[in-house]
Design a protein around this ligand. Structure first.
Ligand code: ATP
Length: 515
């Protein structure tokens, strides 16, 4: 098994064992690509959402938040283009009966060639001192050959996707000799379009008139409320509307745990600007959103921008912020310049003018929009995959003395502080520990635990990412001091009980990363 897939399997198992994520309806053998968040998962997810909301809404005077309904008038999805164009190119393998996204098969093929380039680079790095990677990539014959192949395929794929050319997509798959990744069969059907929206039926109207969709993105709830929000909050352009909520997509291939789900959550912000100023704001949000990720301590080499070659029907510029997941660099967040497409379409189909009167210019216009859109679940996966470490216990000389530790940024950690009595049978110690817990729980999410030996309790808190453990012992009864243990360094310090809330509070406060 490759190191990457091994790491990913360990992550999925860890999520289940420690109460972060369970397969939905597991007792019935599960529902594919749908997941439930367990007690620690729910806490982490809430903290991620809070970090986003604090950074986007609380930190910007000109951004307000809303919470729109999942069901919307069916015309919404006609205007947005989802009924006609929210499709993925689908291909079936006739032998294995497995279904794939044609574009993803081709992208995975490109990733394989990229893997070959990386291998060459790694080999050369070992061979030469003062290795100049840029120069090597530009001059090495084999690498250049691979890169030319990638460029040619990328261009062909982009053209086919832009033109909705299903025959060409099939031709690319055949020309590249792409096989079913699971079985190796090359017996493919033609490529056809598959609409990703789930639909359901209103109770009191029969037939297509009563057909409703589960929203495939939260953005449209923002667009149809543009006038309501602008008028009721008196915001002046440029301003933004933010929202966190569920979205649903009938994904064709959904195999990478919570990376691609059929029910997921998005954190989206639509920023309304003067026409002609959209590229300035596109650049602005590109920078600001990258900073948001890096403020969590994510190293530079784990994040990158990826400009879109093929643009969606509504966009005049688009890029992804990609994160290096255990299965490679993939989209974590999208930043799109959506022009005036959505507001203009809703104006046309609803007959209500969605315009803004700009007092400085003394004119009416349909604002342009920059969107930042990130999946809560993908951010969760990125956070977990970066945090989970299997390491030799700090300070130990024994290389086999290992621990699993989740090095989650303290501000996002599900439990901030665990209060552990050294002896669970000593009433005085237990009572003291419970008193401390009852005090600390007023400040942040804490946990009292006396279900095992202190060593076991520490390991368990490491595995759920608790930044601080407080141990109450016999001496605490005399001197009102406890031992505070740091998750990452394992340093232990004796501190007065009165100081604990302040010490922990300082470290787990979101203020530091927001600043
Ligand atoms: P992809 O190319 O991976 O299908 P997308 O370009 O369709 O994603 P967007 O429509 O831009 O995604 O959605 C914005 C964000 O919502 C994505 O960056 C991602 O974080 C999240 N997202 C989209 N689809 C899913 C899904 N099926 N499961 C989990 N998160 C998703």
């Amino acid at each position: 098994m490759s190191q990457q897939s091994d790491q990913f399997k360990r992550l999925v198992a860890h999520c289940k064992e420690y109460g972060f994520i369970y397969q939905s309806s597991e007792v019935y053998d599960g529902l594919a690509a749908v997941y439930d968040y367990g007690p620690y998962g729910a806490e982490l997810k809430n903290n991620i959402k809070r970090y986003w909301w604090r950074a986007m809404v609380d930190m910007h005077e000109n951004i307000v938040g809303i919470d729109a309904a999942i069901f919307m008038h069916p015309k919404t999805w006609k205007a947005s283009g989802h009924v006609d164009a929210f499709n993925d190119p689908l291909i079936d393998n006739k032998d294995s009966k497995r279904r794939y996204r044609a574009d993803v098969l081709i992208e995975d093929h490109i990733a394989k060639i990229e893997g070959k380039i990386n291998k060459e680079v790694t080999k050369a790095k070992k061979r030469f001192d003062n290795f100049d990677e840029k120069m090597f990539r530009e001059t090495n014959g084999r690498v250049k050959g691979y890169q030319e192949k990638i460029n040619a395929i990328t261009e062909r794929l982009a053209t086919a996707m832009t033109n909705n050319d299903m025959e060409e997509l099939k031709a690319i798959i055949v020309d590249l000799d792409i096989a079913d990744p699971d079985t190796g069969s090359r017996n493919w059907t033609d490529v056809r379009q598959f609409n990703l929206m789930f639909s359901t039926q209103l109770g009191n109207i029969a037939g297509t008139e009563g057909k409703l969709y589960l929203r495939p993105e939260t953005a449209q709830g923002i667009f149809v409320n543009f006038l309501n929000v602008q008028k009721s909050t008196r915001q002046k352009i440029p301003f933004g509307i933010a929202q966190i909520g569920k979205a649903f997509r009938n994904e064709i291939v959904a195999r990478q745990f919570i990376f691609r789900m059929r029910e997921f959550e998005q954190m989206e912000m639509q920023f309304f600007v003067r026409p002609g100023e959209e590229m300035k704001w596109y650049e602005y949000w590109k920078e600001v959103r990258m900073k948001w990720h890096k403020a969590l301590g994510t190293p530079d080499e784990k994040l990158r921008y990826h400009d879109h070659e093929a643009l969606a029907h509504y966009a005049n510029a688009a890029l992804d912020i990609e994160f290096e997941f255990p299965f490679g660099f993939k989209e974590l967040e999208g930043i799109h310049s959506r022009t005036d497409f959505d507001l203009a379409s809703h104006s046309e189909l609803s007959g209500k003018k969605m315009q803004y009167f700009d007092p400085e210019l003394n004119e009416n216009y349909v604002p342009y929009v920059i969107e930042t859109s990130i999946g809560v679940d993908r951010m969760f996966l990125a956070t977990m995959s970066q945090a989970l470490v299997n390491e030799v216990v700090p300070g130990s000389d024994d290389p086999n003395n290992k621990r699993d530790v989740l090095k989650i940024p303290p501000a996002l950690a599900p439990v901030k502080c665990a209060i552990l009595p050294l002896k669970r049978n000593e009433e005085a110690i237990v009572n003291k520990a419970k008193d401390i817990f009852n005090q600390l729980k007023l400040s942040f999410h804490c946990q009292y635990d006396d279900t095992g030996s202190i060593g076991k309790l520490y390991r368990r808190q490491d595995a759920i990412g608790t930044p601080f453990c407080i141990t109450v012992d016999f001496e605490s009864l005399e001197d009102n001091m406890v031992t505070i243990r740091d998750r990452d360094t394992l340093k232990q310090e004796r501190v007065s009980i009165e100081k604990v809330a302040e010490i922990v509070g300082k470290k787990v406060d979101m203020k530091h990363i927001l600043a």
